[in-house]
Design a protein. Structure first.
Length: 284
């Protein structure tokens, strides 16, 4: 449960899922959630499309997790594409479904969004949304962080100060963007503590099970690729099954090392792949 994470009573295990784009895939997601629930995560977060394009499906999935599977769920909300009135409406829908947690994000800009619309958003940054939600709702709020700094940030130091502002605005815990080098996370955690960020930080882990996946992941996260991972992709990238096994092994070794170093939580970006997630959990 999320309260265990907040009280730091154990290393939490959580998953992230996303609403599929097609109706056929959307109907299949509930069976996948059943498989993920059997792995007994402490909570599951649910994203939605750029600009809030899948908000309705996010709420439906989050409701299934909370009401049917009886697992704490976190619904993602972003500044991009959300007016204050839209945010309030969705908060009311979440409350009706018994959902108590929101992950507040700036969000990625949709390719089709015009400059005027992007620049006129009512919540410029996640800290603005968190501040509003803290003052006007009873949700427990989470925020995102970047161990290697946000790709738009001027510097690592400035990004940390923005993160501190986010926490001071009301974020009760944080989840990192994916990363592939644990030393990067440990340096980030130490620097965050040095400036007074003491809320729990969950480490975001994404298994790389195909060579094509890595370039997309880097573009979305700005994460660097260590030499060991490069070598793994060069060696196994042309064989689908070998690459899958190697990617799972890499993620497992990352997680075990993080647990040895006292990480607050492990957050697996499942990519809606329950089989891969189950294989990882079985080894950690």
């Amino acid at each position: 449960m999320i309260k265990d994470l907040l009280n730091k009573t154990k290393t939490s295990l959580s998953f992230e899922v996303s609403p599929p784009k097609t109706e056929e895939e959307f109907q299949a997601i509930f069976g996948k959630l059943d498989v993920l629930a059997a792995l007994k995560p402490d909570f599951i977060s649910c994203t939605y499309g750029a600009g809030g394009s899948n908000t309705g499906k996010t709420i439906e999935i989050a409701s299934y997790i909370q009401q049917h599977l009886h697992i704490d769920t976190i619904a993602h909300m972003t500044c991009v594409g959300f007016k204050q009135s839209d945010l309030q409406k969705n908060c009311e829908l979440l409350e009706k479904e018994g959902i108590h947690y929101i992950m507040a994000l700036r969000g990625d800009r949709p390719q089709a969004m015009k400059d005027e619309q992007f620049n006129s958003r009512e919540f410029l940054y996640a800290s603005d949304m968190i501040r509003y939600l803290k003052a006007n709702t009873s949700f427990t709020l989470a925020g995102a962080c970047y161990p290697e700094k946000h790709y738009e940030a001027e510097s690592f130091e400035s990004d940390l100060m923005h993160l501190k502002e986010k926490v001071e605005a009301g974020a009760s815990f944080l989840t990192t963007q994916l990363f592939f080098d644990n030393d990067t996370f440990y340096r980030f955690r130490e620097r965050a503590a040095d400036i007074g960020i003491t809320v729990p930080i969950c480490a975001g882990i994404m298994p790389i099970i195909s060579a094509n996946q890595i370039s997309k992941s880097i573009n979305l996260s700005g994460s660097s690729v260590p030499k060991e991972l490069e070598n793994m992709i060069d060696k196994y990238g042309k064989n689908k099954e070998d690459m899958r096994v190697a990617g799972i092994d890499y993620a497992v070794r990352q997680i075990l090392d993080l647990k040895e170093h006292g990480v607050d939580g492990i957050h697996i970006y499942t990519m809606n792949w329950p089989k891969t997630t189950a294989e990882i959990v079985a080894q950690i």
